[in-house]
Design a protein around this ligand. Sequence first.
Ligand SMILES: Cc1ncc(COP(=O)(O)O)c(C=O)c1O
Length: 358
Amino acid sequence: MVQLPEFPWDTLAGAKARASEHPGGLVDLSVGSPVDPTPPLLQQALREATDAHGYPTNWGTPEARRAIVDWFRRVRGVPGLDDANVLVTVGSKELVAGLPQQLGLGTGDAVVHPAVAYPTYDIGARMAGATPVRADDPDDWPAATRLVWLNSPSNPTGDVLGVEVLRRVVHAARERGIVVASDECYALLPWEVEAAPSILDPRVTDGDIGGLLAVYSLSKQSNLAGYRAAFVAGDAAVVQRVLAVRKHLGLMAPSPVQHALAVALGDLVHVDAQRERYRARRALLLPALRERGFAVSSDAGLYLWATDGTDALAQVDRLAELGILVAPGTFYGDPTHVRVAITASDDDIAAAAARLRG
Ligand SMILES: Cc1ncc(COP(=O)(O)O)c(C=O)c1O
């Protein structure tokens, strides 16, 4: 039987209880769940599609697939995809957790993911019976590697992989017949970089997307986490193999959600507005953490990756004293940092900044 670790956030109960004792109340910056309303345009799109008497297709509705293809061309600089290259998923976490199995990987296979990473890459490898391996450099990929996960911008570090780094990964993977899946859900939240290129960008691929997948989610950029709206795009052979398995598993996004997804991809106004909300929150919180003695990095995405040089759990406790709950780096494979989410209300972010300065 596959043994999974305890769900990381369940282990924060003690720190949460302590932080909740703060007279000003708890400011929870330990998770990346959006707090702002789903844009009215997208709520309306969902309402428009409530007659959903038939099964949706596992692949995605033609409308959703078209919207994904167009979005990659317009927004991510990836031309030339068509229907066969894209697949709608039920949020992206299920795909991250299921991809190794859906690719047919198992015992004896290695799944590489970033050294400091969102925990679900590891879980997905374990669920398939494969071996998860932390490695950032292609020279460190074991011989048994069949799948490599990238995550740019990174949760939790905010690091962004540039075109040259991506090219090196693609080249190494191609030589060895390895699938590369790049989780890019924070791509439209760049702060200190101009942009976060997609693995499917022609500057990376030279026009050959063989063996490559880009995974994307509208949870964060469109405040749609509750809708479970996401997709994967890339090599048609890989996408169709995954689709064939998903048909057997009954993994299909509800059709009203797929309509909302298509509408969301066609509108950049709400994405820009949400990005500016996060920009303002980051601008409050980041300097306050630095003034408190934390070194902070955050090139892109929704997290400040911070350290005061002590042990991660001690830092969680230190911030809990201020009524601020954060996630220890141990959740991601780094015992020296904490992850501070900027996904809290303006009031909560302002309260956290004031307490850090106090
Ligand atoms: C790197 C990364 N990938 C995937 C996900 C899953 O997002 P969702 O399942 O909401 O699409 C998250 C959520 O926090 C994430 O940080």
